[in-house]
Design a binder for this molecule. Structure first.
Ligand code: ADP
Length: 378
């Protein structure tokens, strides 16, 4: 187990493109940290610099207490699992797992012990004799994990390891990697573009955009206290709704949608943070689950009402996803997740209550968070 410390790590590719701008991250020993962000944000580059597969342009990388900027990948005490498992097709599962150890001249009895131990952890003992082409996608993924486990590394690095699997298997493997982390207790750094994977697997998540670290935090803190509009929109599905408007004073503090489609009275909890923004353009953020049908018994006491035109209803069984627009010419679409119930037909109006204790406000220009609702008490 080792901590991993990135201090102002920067990557400039030979063509001059800056893929990572001064990333500073403290990853604790034994922690499971997920790097997440849209394609091209610099996740793989960061991971590959930690692995030693990509040169670090500037900054300091420590694994444990050792600076490893100039240390060869094989001497960094890391194990890596890639998206394409790169199993040797002519070798059976046992030999695929043993190969790296044989190259490192580990004794035969020790190799056998480690391979069988890893096979037991992953429940792949019955397939040790099979060749990769005789395996399912999930089994191949387990063998790739096994190859990493036998190395007995301090730090495990994963680069989108589940993206070749179908949706159901991905969910299953997600849980298995989580279990593996608990069993081995090793430091794990995992790259994905999938925010659900990040939320379900990470002790902490690093959100990246355009080569810049946006926020590093626990899944729930990211969800409830995003530092900016990008993090707010990236985490959560369906995404947070954003409504442009301004803060005005009208017998009390009020958010007014820019075309006057609706207003949201703001109670005392918002006064301190938003009074200074009266007259300014702000963006209101509303999570889809913080809307309620007006007559819903589950409706919280702290609500404001707004009327929308229903565009599309998606009955999911456990909930109804409602796509609706503000009335008028400059229509603005919102997405709401409501408890299953009978709702008006599409193109009919619907009045929704929105929980005014769960609002988010962003600076319209810088997109930084001005205020986020306190985290809901479970
Ligand atoms: P991610 O893993 O988040 O999808 P990458 O780390 O692979 O992103 O890439 C980050 C950015 O760096 C992308 O814009 C990509 O095109 C660019 N990039 C990656 N490799 C190279 C390279 N060898 N030369 C120049 N640019 C590169």
């Amino acid at each position: 187990m080792a901590h991993v410390h990135l201090d102002q790590i920067r990557k400039v590719y030979p063509n001059g493109y800056v893929a990572v701008h001064g990333a500073s991250l403290d990853i604790n020993a034994g922690e499971f940290v997920v790097l997440v962000g849209p394609s091209g944000c610099g996740k793989s580059t960061t991971l590959r610099m930690i692995a030693g597969l990509e040169e670090i342009s500037s900054g300091t990388l420590k694994i444990g207490d050792r600076v490893v900027n100039e240390v060869a990948p094989k001497d960094r005490n890391i194990a890596m699992v890639f998206q394409n498992y790169a199993l040797y097709p002519h070798m059976n599962v046992y030999d695929n797992m043993a190969f790296g150890l044989k190259l490192s001249k580990v004794k035969k009895a020790e190799i056998d012990r480690r391979v069988r131990e890893a096979a037991a952890i992953l429940s792949i003992e019955p397939i040790l004799d099979r060749k990769p082409k005789q395996l399912s996608g999930g089994q191949r993924q387990r063998v790739a994990l096994g190859r990493a486990i036998v190395r007995d590394a301090e730090v495990f690095l994963f680069d989108e390891p589940l993206s070749n699997l179908d949706a159901k298997l991905r969910v299953q493997m997600r849980a298995e990697i989580g279990k593996l982390h608990r069993t081995l207790g090793k430091t794990m750094i995992y790259v994905t573009h999938d925010q659900v994977e990040a939320m379900t697997m990470g002790d902490r998540i690093v959100v990246l955009k355009d080569g810049y670290v946006q926020q590093m935090d626990t899944p729930l803190n990211l969800y409830h206290h995003p530092v900016n509009r990008f993090v707010a929109s990236f985490i959560g599905s369906p995404s947070m709704n954003f409504v442009e408007g301004s803060i005005v004073r009208d017998s009390g503090l009020v958010f007014r949608e820019q075309h006057g489609a609706f207003t949201v009275p703001l109670d005392a909890t918002w006064r301190d943070t938003l009074t200074g923004h009266v007259g300014q353009a702000v963006t209101l953020g509303l999570r889809p689950e913080d809307f309620y049908a007006e007559a819903s018994p589950a409706r919280p006491t702290t609500t404001a009402a707004a009327t929308f035109q229903i565009d599309v209803l998606e009955p999911m069984g456990s909930e109804v996803v409602v796509y609706a627009s503000t009335p008028g010419q400059a229509a603005h679409q919102i997405v709401a997740r409501l408890a299953p119930q009978t709702l008006p037909e599409p193109s009919q109006p619907i009045t929704l209550a929105l929980d005014t204790s769960k609002l988010h406000f962003f600076d319209a220009e810088s997109e930084a968070t001005l205020a986020s609702a306190p985290m809901a008490v479970a």
